[in-house]
Design a protein around this ligand. Structure first.
Ligand code: NAD
Length: 307
């Protein structure tokens, strides 16, 4: 297809100002504009956060997220719409966010920040704080996010194990388990960290049996997708003391509803789906898009093509 006009859909505003990406792509051999819903049909390609029905009329859609579960993949295929995603850029940002969660739990920083809101002091009990070396983190999903988490936590002295479909070993992971052995994998970890995409297979993969298999002193982290976790089962596990706490960036319903008990639990850290945020986000997206514009011109296959 001919690429004459690329639209930066205004929904990307939830992650960075659309105009920053437009300016970043100013050297592209196509016109790049910030577009609202009314202008989608006039574009050959759209860079977007959210999905719109009108995308079925364009030739190429680029998702600024790695996860593409919100797009109707079959309809894209039927309408010959190419879909590319942004996997590959979130390793360091999400790795550092997860390291922040683990450091907060180990060094009790979340309790001090909470106390500070009420101008309240009070030290933790003598046996509450710990250090990370000697602990094990089981990373469920060993793609870009899993690799980034393993690298940053590994540098902090955490022993890393992984769960992937094949159980084949990977650099940075001391032990690897197959997905069907996830209960064994989580049993001897102080931290269980979910970095999976949402698919038919991973939907509610993490349910009550996983929380039962975890140690009661262990913490659970989800930076993949909310629906990978049975959220009521997680709330039960937290309320019953089956696990020690959780750090959650993604939820079954986003934004997390006001009435969710997760908001007010002492040992739960809630972040609003921003684990991958960085001031360089628009720049990383610009590089991915520019790479594919070049491949389109030279007739090569798209990088990160999903459909
Ligand atoms: P990726 O494609 O690099 O990695 C996904 C990994 O999951 C792959 O290694 C794949 O083989 C594995 N996987 C898929 N199904 C599996 C299963 N049933 N059992 C075991 N492993 C399985 O993608 P990524 O960039 O690492 O992102 C992963 C997901 O994390 C995204 O799809 C997205 O939903 C989410 N994400 C969230 C944020 C955030 O801000 N919280 C940021 C980026 C990505």
């Amino acid at each position: 297809f001919d690429l004459e006009r690329i639209g930066v859909h205004e929904s990307v505003e939830q992650v960075f100002p659309p105009a920053e990406l437009r300016d970043e792509l100013a050297d592209c051999p196509a016109t790049v504009d910030v577009v609202g819903d009314d202008e989608i049909a006039a574009c050959d390609a759209v860079i977007t956060l959210e999905h719109r029905e009108a995308f079925l009329e364009v030739d190429w859609v680029h998702s600024i997220q790695a996860g593409v579960d919100r797009f109707p993949l079959e309809a894209f295929d039927e309408h010959d719409v190419v879909l590319t995603n942004s996997t590959g850029i979130h390793d360091r940002s999400v790795g550092e966010t997860v390291a922040g969660y683990l450091l907060a739990f180990a060094r009790r920083l979340h309790t001090h920040v909470a106390a500070q809101q009420e101008c309240r002091g009070g030290r933790p009990a003598w046996d509450e704080a710990f250090t990370l070396p000697g602990t094990t983190a089981c990373v469920v999903g060993t793609g870009t996010l899993g690799g980034g988490v393993a690298e940053v936590l590994g540098a902090l002295g955490v022993r890393i194990t992984g769960v992937r479909r094949s159980a084949d070993s990977l650099p940075g992971f001391e032990e690897m388990y197959a997905t069907e052995d996830v209960l064994d994998a989580v049993a001897d970890a102080e931290f269980v960290i979910v970095t999976l995409p949402l698919t038919d297979e991973t939907n509610h993969l993490i349910a009550a049996d996983v929380f039962d298999a975890m140690d009661e002193d262990a913490y659970f982290v989800n930076v993949g997708r909310g629906q990978v976790v049975d959220e009521p089962a997680l709330v039960d596990a937290l309320e019953s003391g089956a696990i020690a706490g959780a750090a959650l960036d993604v939820f079954e319903d986003e934004p997390l509803p006001k009435e969710s008990p997760l908001w007010t639990m002492d040992e739960v850290i809630v972040t609003p789906h921003c684990a991958a945020f960085t001031e360089d986000y628009f720049h990383d997206i610009g590089e991915l898009v520019r790479e594919n514009v070049g491949r389109l011109e030279s007739g090569d296959a798209f990088h990160n093509r999903v459909v």
